[in-house]
Design a protein around this ligand. Structure first.
Ligand SMILES: Nc1ncnc2c1ncn2[C@@H]1O[C@H](COP(=O)(O)OP(=O)(O)OP(=O)(O)O)[C@@H](O)[C@H]1O
Ligand SMILES: [Mg+2]
Length: 249
């Protein structure tokens, strides 16, 4: 089967700085894959190229075997590429429910207006409630996003991404800034994501990475240092030297 995502020889320069340096990468169907590396390694830049927010200087990006290098963000979303949005992309003064319903409307290409048949609105509400339920947010559907604890706000981001029915989910530091008392909940949600969705996660929390990922790619200064199983990565002296402590040996 074709990889869900593949990059071939991806380069990106910012002026004299090379932030992606010949990245050839494959994300397999149903993968649980982590992209790790020091601050400034180019992880977010790489994801921004995958989603189409940023164009590569050269190289090729394929989704499901098709070249999407020059496709728009929206065209990639239509092909099943999901990602977590930044908090600022949520509507903080709207309830969690409405944030998801708007994502569903975007997915289905309809404006959510009062003129919509009641049956349609009911279907959207049912789907929305079921997504929020699955993420353990069933009690929070009517709560405005800004009144939710930060960890739950990040879960609403994941819910928005799931509402787009992705084949692949790109998560850029889903637990960043979340107090540890709430971050366990995020790990639970990640563990329960549908197996058919391939997941690429960028994360600095090594406990989370090593519990979640079946494959790990280490990026250093825009270059793939190594890719392998968590065992390969934990045992690699080069990785220890640049990034990991001794805690996973
Ligand atoms: N729009 C831009 N213009 C110029 N330089 C940029 C731009 N975006 C990112 N960079 C630089 O590219 C490098 C890689 O940044 P990037 O945000 O991709 O790293 P990262 O691996 O996600 O880091 P972190 O772990 O801190 O999130 C950094 O040196 C950053 O300053
Ligand atoms: Mg980043």
């Amino acid at each position: 089967m074709a990889p869900v995502i593949e990059t071939r020889g991806l380069f990106r320069q910012f002026g004299a700085l090379t932030v992606a340096d010949n990245i050839s990468f494959r994300l397999e169907p149903g993968a649980r894959h982590a992209l790790i590396g020091p601050n400034g390694a180019g992880k977010t830049t790489f994801v921004n190229m995958l989603t189409g927010v940023l164009a590569p200087t050269s190289g090729t990006i394929l989704l499901g075997g098709e070249d999407v290098t020059s496709c728009s963000v929206a065209a990639r979303v239509r092909r099943g590429l999901g990602r977590t949005f930044q908090i600022s992309a949520l509507f903080p003064s709207l309830p969690a429910l409405d944030n998801i319903a708007l994502a569903i409307a975007e997915r289905d290409g309809v404006a959510l207006g009062l003129w919509k048949p009641a049956s349609r609105r009911t279907a959207v509400t049912d789907e929305t409630v079921s997504i929020l339920d699955r993420l353990g947010l069933g009690a929070d559907v009517r709560t405005r996003v800004r009144d939710l604890p930060y960890g739950k706000q990040r879960l609403v981001e994941i819910a928005v991404a799931l509402a787009l029915r992705p084949k692949v989910l790109l998560l850029d530091e889903p637990a960043a800034g979340v107090p540890s008392i709430e971050s366990g909940r995020i790990l639970d949600v990640l563990a329960q994501l549908p197996g058919e969705i391939a997941v690429l996660i960028i994360e600095h929390d090594m406990d989370l990475v090593f519990r979640f990922a079946q494959r790990i790619t280490v990026l250093v200064q825009g270059r793939v240092l190594i890719e392998g199983t968590p065992q390969d990565i934990a045992a690699d002296q080069g990785v220890r030297d640049v990034y990991l402590g001794e805690s996973h040996g």
